[in-house]
Design a protein around this ligand. Sequence first.
Ligand code: LLP
Length: 437
Amino acid sequence: EGTMKIGPEGHLWIGGCDTVALARRFGTPLFVYDEAYLRARIRAFHDAFATTGLRYEVAYAAKAFCALAMCQLVQEEGCALDVVSGGELYTALAAGFPPERIHMHGNNKTMAEIEYGIESGIGAFVVDNFTELEMVEEAAHRLGRTVDVLLRVAPGVEAHTHEFISTGQQDSKFGFDRATGQARQAMARVRELNHLRCIGLHAHIGSQIFETEGFIAAIERMAEVYEEGVRMGLPLAVLNVGGGFGIRYTDEDDPLPIRQYVEAIAGAVKSAFTARGLAIPAVWVEPGRSIAGPAGITLYTVGTQKVIPGVRNYVAVDGGMTDNPRYALYGAKYEAVLANRAHEAADEVWTVAGKCCESGDILIRDARLAPPRPGDILAVFGTGAYNYAMISHYNRIPHAAVVFVRDGKTALVVERETWADVARFDRPLRYEAEGET
Ligand code: LLP
């Protein structure tokens, strides 16, 4: 996918760059993003929405991969931005992202995050629960501002995906429950709050979703809630249907083209709102994975092997669950190739392990590979979303670097950490009396 190809020397190329040369120059593990493909994924959303005639917003979900350069890129491509923390907001603002095009999620925003959002002039808060409703009102009052909010509703729709990334069902920590009337109560309450303007409703049913049924069901239920809100006199104008559009990690995955998700959403919104005699709202989506995921790969250097005759072949690389915890967390599957010998037949089966001290530190169970040798470069595909974003310092392993590639050019967008970086906030054990500075 994207600009990937195999060069005449048998190396894997991406963005006009030889991955073997990238690994040599920037070291491994290395995240490599195909910039043209990132932009193409975003344009697919815009192109699809353009044909629907709806007012819309494509808000990139920064949680999938948040870095200064990524915020710049998505802004250039006409996206709004969904942030979920002060840290993501800080990064976006540092990138020059227009605050009014940022909205903030989170089920436990701290008062400091709420104030930071208000003072920065972000476009909207997506309020998740009753506690937060009062907190945002209080902060807005104190800061002398009126704040636009969307209310997050749990529509009670089961998305067919991994339990940990399914969020629209009733038993979820996110959002005002629809079935028990919490959404209605929240709308009634927000109307009483003088510093909040409820401009819309939000629902996100889950992630890595392959069908449109869940979105359509959620939109029908949301239209019902929306109608109640309009009757109550709320200035509703936005329906945010979240993200969750699936991507292909392996041949087992069969995602729809972006256009089909958008068409289904647009069709469902038009019919549900028209049927209720409501004005068609602006439709916001929040894709994360479907933009960043397919455009990123990870390069590793192959190290040791352990062959257990009749049991399994293990080959270890110089990263692992630190840079990609998705197998450990969700049993996620990936495909890979030896990037320096990409033309060779992948006729052996090897389990790719990481270097962390933990048996579950696996990247790919039973991958089909050409016979790996120490020093080979392994490229794992589809690692652009929720990999770097979930990186950890387990075993005090420094964070990997991130490079963007385009037309044979490279841009290092996140530097590699050093061992010293990992320890830089450590202090020797030295007690002082409480209150001493
Ligand atoms: N909007 C909201 C409110 C969300 O909670 C999420 C994802 C998104 C948008 C973006 O969803 P996407 O388009 O990326 O599917 N760490 C997990 C994924 C967690 C997703 C959390 N919320 C993973 O690695 O699969």
